[in-house]
Write a protein that binds this ligand. Structure first.
Ligand code: GLN
Ligand code: ZN
Length: 752
């Protein structure tokens, strides 16, 4: 994105037609040059190119292969143009045509979202987007002999979906390989000697078909004129290690931060021909590394294979890390001393490389400094709170169980809240307009007083409550105008969290998040949301849903301390949210939504690790949600993930109502409920909020009818896919009107 999110700004200017394609491309080139030059200045030897994307690197790969569904209007001969590229990413209603975006989902266990490639029977592939070649040339022209990066064919296809549901995407392997060969060939002719080919699929449980696909694909690609650095990350190769080592590639990158077990295994197998790239520095977190420990990890590899056969690197792409700590002004000196962002991680690598090449004496000052920092962090009084420890020790099993089973709660809730069949609601946020963001910025800068700011928020809330009433929504929300971000807002009021000014990481497209840093024990000193929910409820007789972020999501979207198990940190957050839930109930809020959109993304990539995670994640949600009376209705919300494989755990969370994203995948999620009868109430999202497109009431109705094929009428809620904060009012209003209209029609068709 650029340290100042330059790409975001350039993209949004271009999308708003405030800038032309040339200025977007110029800005992109400046960002790439800045990144190349900063790596070169840091002393990095091998610098990647082709890692820049206008939106998403999986979409880039689909574009490269010409995997463009015909409806996006790209001709079968021309190179793909940017408007068609962005239409796939974001949908388009330009020129009177109405194109929904492609599906989007989370990249492995990260909060980065990729565009799901769509392939149909008989799909032809061709080199349609030459970005990876162009960017390599650009780097070389700028004096950087870069190593191009591409997403490998097996991971790419395994992430794709076939639009007609007929063929397994992996069956297209032979069709995509010629395009890959062509790309490698062109890169070789332009002077690339190595190409990095990412295959993170190798750290997951592979089907026999995927294993065969790897052998087949790399047998072909080995014949190209370049050396391939097969790159894996986010975990151990585990039972795929032999497969990876036998593939005819010249190099293998392994993640030794998450995949701690595989180091010894690789040393034992002694693959002397292979250049090993050791992922030593954590690309997924922000803590300074213990440099001596990294030297110790790498040393046996250098001894066994020779320094010309060992590369040291971050564990994965640095896209998951903020860019530069030097830009931080919010953090105090002590915390600054514990952290390393992408730019600082380069320095760590350079020190470790020197220690390995020239001996530790050559960098003794840096190694001593690193040891001192590690010690200061462990010993800091800011990390451990005896009060939090005591509360954790007093947790009982009753605290993670509602007082009565769902059936009894349903009766109690129906008695206290009257709702029609197919109740309509939204997921929480309403448009975060320029005006809302400006007011927050003015408050932060001290331009307006706290009282003025609160008055502004009250006005926004009142307007939004009135609007929801006039549109006929059944369950209202206050709109979340006071929140910059659903995690940051809570973190700022909890102890044990720290915040950055510029610690942005990409979430999807131009959208970035600024994850908080959880460095110490977590506590809630005072209520966080009660004031706003209570105010909104005071304005209306309709039920108003209180809105909280759940413990698993707060954990998943933060940079988490690495000195204790994540499960323990999660339980601490759960206790803090539990206090907030009870305070909301005491303030007269009868429905409380605890969002857990990130529950699925934290799921371990390997099946054998999943149960342990789901157990503590579900338990944390239940600790947060179980402190209320039967009549208080607990909602939860999830989005942008595949949920079909964890429906039993979702049911075990025992929320009274679950709203879940499903419109973009045309209610695919309901398939899971054919086999597994979801016991409580559920609102499958009826329109995609990540696109400015306004849905018609007919299409919403069709989705609802589809839902009724597997859900009982008394179970079904009507809501959008997710919160509306990224939308504008001009799309939000007609969309919600269409939604309410669809619910009314459904009530006529299916009277109670
Ligand atoms: N309540 C949040 C909102 O509406 C939920 C956001 C999310 O699921 N990502 O913005
Ligand atoms: Zn959501």
């Amino acid at each position: 994105m650029g340290a100042g999110r330059e790409l975001k700004k350039a993209l949004e200017r271009y999308w708003a037609s405030d800038a032309d394609e040339k200025s977007l491309r110029d800005e992109a080139a400046r960002i790439r040059a800045a990144h190349w030059n900063s790596q070169s200045a840091a002393g990095i030897d091998i610098i990647p190119s082709g890692d820049f994307s206008f939106y998403d690197h999986v979409l880039d790969t689909a574009a490269m292969l010409g995997a463009v569904p015909p409806r996006y209007g790209a001709s079968a001969m021309d190179p793909l143009n940017l408007p068609a590229y962005f239409a796939m990413a974001r949908g388009s209603q330009a020129g009177g045509r109405d194109l929904p975006a492609l599906e989007m989902t989370k990249w492995f266990d990260t909060n980065y979202h990729y565009i799901v490639p769509e392939i149909s029977t008989g799909q032809r592939f061709r080199l349609a987007f030459t970005q990876v070649i162009d960017q390599f040339e650009e780097a070389v022209a700028g004096g950087i002999p870069a190593r191009p990066v591409i997403l490998g064919p097996v991971t790419f296809l395994s992430l794709a979906k076939s639009s007609d549901g007929v063929e397994d995407p992996l069956s297209f392997l032979d069709a995509v390989l010629p395009v890959y060969e062509d790309v490698l060939d062109r890169l070789a002719r332009k002077g690339a000697s190595w190409v990095q080919v990412d295959e993170p699929l190798l750290v997951t449980d592979l089907s026999d078909q995927a294993r065969r696909a790897f052998k087949h694909a790399y047998a072909h690609l080995a014949a190209s004129g370049v050396k391939l650095m097969l790159t894996t990350y986010f975990g151990d190769l585990g039972d795929n290690l032999d497969l990876a080592l036998k593939l005819p590639v010249s190099g293998l990158h392994v993640d030794l931060v998450r995949g701690t077990r595989q180091g010894a295994e690789i040393l034992r197998k002694k693959p002397v021909e292979t250049v090993l790239s050791l992922g030593l520095v954590d690309g997924r977190n922000v803590w300074k590394a213990d440099l001596q420990e990294l030297v110790n990890t790498a040393r046996p590899f250098v001894d066994a294979f020779g320094s010309d056969h060992v590369i040291i690197a971050p564990s994965c792409s640095l896209i998951h890390c903020p860019e530069d700590l030097a830009k931080e002004t919010l953090l105090d000196v002590e915390l600054l001393g514990w952290l390393a962002f992408a730019r600082q991680k380069l320095d760590e690598l350079v020190v470790v490389a020197r220690a390995l090449n020239e001996g530790t004496a050559s960098v003794s000052v840096q190694l001593e400094e690193s040891a001192r920092r590690q010690k200061s962090r462990r010993a800091s009084a800011r990390i451990h709170s005896p009060r939090v420890q005591e509360r954790l020790a007093s947790l009982t099993p009753e605290m993670s169980r509602r007082a009565s089973p769902y059936a009894a709660r349903r009766t109690a809730q129906a008695a206290s809240i009257s709702l029609p069949l197919f109740p309509t609601t939204t997921i929480g946020s309403f448009p975060q307009t320029q005006k809302v963001r400006a007011a927050r910025a003015e408050r932060r800068a001290g331009i307006i007083t706290q009282a003025q700011y609160e008055k502004f928020l009250e006005e926004e809330i009142e307007r939004t409550v009135r609007l929801q009433e006039s549109m006929g929504l059944d369950v209202l929300v206050h709109g979340e105008f006071e929140r910059n971000d659903m995690v940051e807002y809570f973190g700022e009021m909890l102890s044990g969290f720290a915040f950055t000014r510029n610690g942005w990481v990409q979430s999807y497209g131009s959208r970035c998040v600024k994850p908080p840093v959880i460095f110490g024990d977590v506590e809630r000193p005072r209520p966080m949301t009660v004031r706003w929910s209570a105010y909104a409820q005071s304005l209306t007789r309709k039920p108003l849903k209180g809105m909280l972020t759940g413990p698993v999501t707060i954990l998943a979207w933060s940079f988490v301390r690495d000195d204790q198990p994540r499960s323990l940190t999660c339980r601490q957050i759960a206790l803090a949210i539990r206090d907030e839930v009870r305070d909301l109930e005491a303030a007269g809020i009868r429905m409380i939504q605890i969002d857990e959109p990130a529950l699925r993304e934290g799921l371990p990539l390997r099946a054998e690790d999943r149960k342990a995670y789901l157990d503590w994640a579900v338990e944390s949600f239940r600790i947060a949600s179980s402190g209320v009376k039967d009549a208080t209705q607990i909602h939860t919300h999830m989005c942008y993930s595949e949920f079909n494989d964890i429906v039993a755990s979702i049911a075990a969370m025992d929320a009274d109502v679950l709203s879940v994203e499903s419109a973009r995948s045309r209610m695919e999620l309901l398939g899971a409920f054919r086999a597994f009868r979801y016991p409580n109430e559920i609102g499958p999202g009826v329109y995609d909020i990540h696109s400015p497109r306004v849905p018609s009431s007919e299409e919403i109705l069709a989705l609802l009818e589809k839902a009724l094929a597997v859900l009982a009428p008394g179970q079904l809620w009507v809501n959008p896919d997710c919160g509306l904060k990224t939308r504008q009012w001009k799309e939000t209003e007609p969309s919600l009107v269409a939604m309410v209209h669809a619910a009314k029609t459904l009530r006529e068709r299916h009277p109670a």
